[in-house]
Design a protein around this ligand. Structure first.
Ligand code: CTP
Length: 417
């Protein structure tokens, strides 16, 4: 999985760029699209936005709602310049179709729109896939411009020969096969380019709901924000991520790097985790799993007319994490969470680390205002055998990055032993 920035310039072949996005996202890549104003006369931004799951930009002065982030990344807290941030995040920049006019601008360093300014700012590999009428393709100016680009290290993906868009015209100028464009992109971003490429991460998120009857449940206030942030940050590092989501209604990342398994109850969460655990290298158990459930869920809806009061008998659920840890491999890294209330939070965290056989426990004191359940921010202490690491208050994405940095350290330590 890699990040593809796709620049679409004006020409009838712009419609084929939709297929490039479809194939690339199907292959698990995260894609952002920038278009020239002329390209928008051929294909509208809405189609690209729907396929990428991200905003499409045309103008350098247009505010990017995703702030330069790709679909697998969390947006930064500041507003960066789009032409710089998009190419900074991209693993490669493919311009397809590249019209004769755009090629001329690229060759001579013009930066008069977002597509061309991004190309000038790109330090990642740049690929250009020309598509135009054969007379334009054969013109000495186009030939010279493409030679100049190739000399500078730009990969030129030659057009193919065949019937052209204009009636009865035949020649060279058809955009290269879409699958070849995706393959050319993959060839310049070899697997293993990102630090967590090849690592499999299992994350649980949200809160379980244990049915009382057909419409009511015993639940908790966990929104799934922390777990989703961990999943998104792990995917951004290149990991293949599975999220077991317990009743999470947050937006999900398109692009295929994260797969979501929806569950409702602790028992379902346990089953889904056991199914995925053996394949994972890292488990981050951030879901708030019910410790008790109604001993017998009533079929249908309980009616208040039948009673003046009601006693619910609860029974213990299984401790999913303890069960998984009991069957762990030494090369797996296990992170638990402990949402504690008030004094003694760290002590409880240390106790869970030892009792559940974990590598780290992320402790947060949910008695503090502005953090924890359903908040966008968090402030935690990561407890490991090496000691306690306080993580200052920040967005859940920032806290997720700190947790993953600890996982990195733990894995490096385990590998060195
Ligand atoms: N957990 C779990 N299965 C449960 C309960 C909790 O897997 N039935 C996991 C949580 O996902 C979390 C960790 O265990 O990562 C700690 O959860 P917590 O509820 O704080 O721990 P408990 O051992 O249940 O302790 P407490 O008495 O504080 O509830």
């Amino acid at each position: 999985m890699a990040r593809l920035l796709l620049g679409v310039s004006g020409g009838i072949a712009a419609y084929k760029a939709l297929e490039v996005v479809r194939l690339a996202t199907k292959a698990g890549h995260a894609v952002r699209v920038v278009q020239t104003p002329t390209a928008q006369r051929f294909v509208g931004a809405a189609s690209f936005a729907a396929l990428t799951g991200a905003p499409v930009l045309v103008d350098e002065f247009e505010r990017d709602p995703a702030r330069g982030a790709f679909p697998d990344q969390a947006a930064p807290t500041h507003d960066p310049a789009s032409h710089l941030e998009l190419v900074r995040n991209a693993d490669a920049y493919l311009i397809a179709p590249a019209s004769a006019n755009t090629i001329a601008k690229l060759a001579h360093g013009l930066a008069d729109n977002l597509l061309t300014s991004a190309a000038l700012a790109a330090s990642c590999p740049v690929l250009v896939a020309p598509a135009m009428n054969h007379h334009m393709w054969e013109h000495p100016a186009t030939r010279a411009n493409l030679s100049l680009l190739a000399e500078r290290g730009v990969t030129v993906i030659d057009p193919t020969t065949g019937a052209l868009a204009t009636k009865h015209e035949w020649g060279t100028g058809r955009l290269a096969d879409v699958a070849d464009l995706v393959a050319a992109f993959e060839a310049v971003v070899p697997a293993g380019a990102r630090p967590w490429d090849g690592l499999r991460v299992l994350v649980t998120a949200g809160g379980t709901r244990e049915p009382i009857d057909a419409v009511r449940y015993v639940g908790n206030r966990s929104s799934g924000r922390m777990g989703f942030a961990v999943a998104e940050e792990a995917a951004a590092l290149g990991a293949e991520v599975t999220v077991v989501a317990a009743n999470v209604s947050l937006p999900r990342r398109a692009g295929g790097a994260i797969s979501y398994v929806d569950v409702e109850t602790a028992a379902q969460l346990g089953d889904a985790c056991r199914e995925a655990f053996a394949r994972c290298d890292v488990l981050v158990m951030s879901a708030a799993v019910a410790d008790f459930r109604p001993a017998a869920a009533h079929e249908g809806k309980l009616k208040k007319t039948e009673r003046d009061d009601m006693v619910l008998t609860l029974e213990k659920t299984e401790d999913v994490l303890t069960g998984l840890a009991a069957g762990r491999r030494p090369d797996q890294t296990l992170v638990g969470f402990a949402a504690e209330h008030g004094a003694g939070a760290l002590e409880y965290g240390r106790d869970k680390l030892a009792r559940k056989g974990l590598d780290a426990v992320v402790v947060n004191d949910v008695s503090q205002p502005g953090i924890g359940f359903d908040a966008t921010d968090n402030e935690v202490t990561i407890v490991t055998v090496a000691g306690d690491e306080p993580v200052p208050r920040g967005t859940k994405a920032e806290v997720a990055r700190a947790i993953l940095a600890t996982v990195d350290r733990l894995r490096a330590g385990a590998a060195a032993r």
